[in-house]
Design a protein around this ligand. Structure first.
Ligand SMILES: O=C(O)CCC(=O)C(=O)O
Ligand SMILES: [Fe+2]
Length: 171
C-alpha cells in the first residue's frame, strides 16, 4: 500500500531529500525507493534473504492525510500539546534500530501496529547514578511514551517476525 501511494504521488520521494529523514540503520538500502524496489522474496524475508529494517519521515501531505485515516493520535496525550505535522514509520525484520539518541524538539509517542519488539534503554551519563539500563517488550496495540533525547534506545524483533510502528512527537 505504501509503495503504491509513493509511486502514484508526484514529488513524494523528493520530500525525503528535503529534510524528511530516511534511516536505514544496519540495512544496505539507502533510499525509500530502494526499499520499495526490493525483490518480493526479500520483502517477505523468505529463507536465505537478508533481513531489512528502515524508518522514515512520512512528510508528503497527501500521503500523510491518507495514512492518518487509519489511526488516531493516542487519546491520553494532552489536548493542549503541540504536535508536529508529520509522522515516522518504522518497519522490517530482526535487527531493528541501532542504539542511538534522538535530536528532536519534543517527546515521542510510538504505537506498535504489527509484530512484537524489544526495546533496550540506556540512560545518558548525566543520569547514571539514579537511572539504570532496562528492556521492555511491546505487542500490537501498545503505545510507548519515551524521552528518546535522554535515553539511548535500540530495538530488536524476534527472528522471522515483521514489526511495524507509527511514531510521532508531542510536547
Ligand atoms: O521503533 C524503532 O525501531 C526505533 C524507534 C526510534 O528510534 C524512535 O522512536 O526514536
Ligand atoms: Fe530514535
Amino acid at each position: 500500500m505504501l509503495k503504491k501511494l509513493y509511486e502514484s504521488t508526484a514529488g513524494s520521494y523528493e520530500s525525503l531529500e528535503e529534510g524528511c529523514q530516511f534511516l536505514n540503520f544496519k540495512t544496505n538500502l539507502f533510499t525509500l525507493k530502494e526499499v520499495f524496489e526490493m525483490p518480493a522474496a526479500r520483502v517477505k524475508n523468505e529463507r536465505g534473504q537478508e533481513p531489512w529494517y528502515v524508518g522514515w519521515g512520512n512528510c508528503d501531505p497527501d500521503i500523510l492525510a491518507n495514512i492518518r485515516k487509519y489511526y488516531a493520535v493516542p487519546e491520553f496525550l494532552p489536548e493542549d500539546a503541540e504536535f508536529p505535522v508529520t509522522e515516522n514509520l518504522f518497519f522490517g525484520y530482526e535487527m531493528g534500530a541501532v542504539m542511538h539518541l534522538d535530536y528532536i524538539p519534543r517527546l515521542m509517542w510510538q504505537g506498535q501496529v504489527r509484530g512484537k519488539k524489544t526495546w533496550s534503554l540506556i540512560p545518558v551519563p548525566e543520569c547514571e547514578n539514579v537511572c539504570h539500563k532496562f528492556q521492555y517488550y511491546v505487542e500490537p496495540g501498545d503505545v510507548v511514551l519515551l524521552d528518546t533525547r535522554l535515553w539511548y534506545h535500540a530495538t530488536s524483533i524476534p527472528k522471522g517476525q515483521f514489526s511495524m510502528t507509527v511514531q510521532s512527537e508531542y510536547g
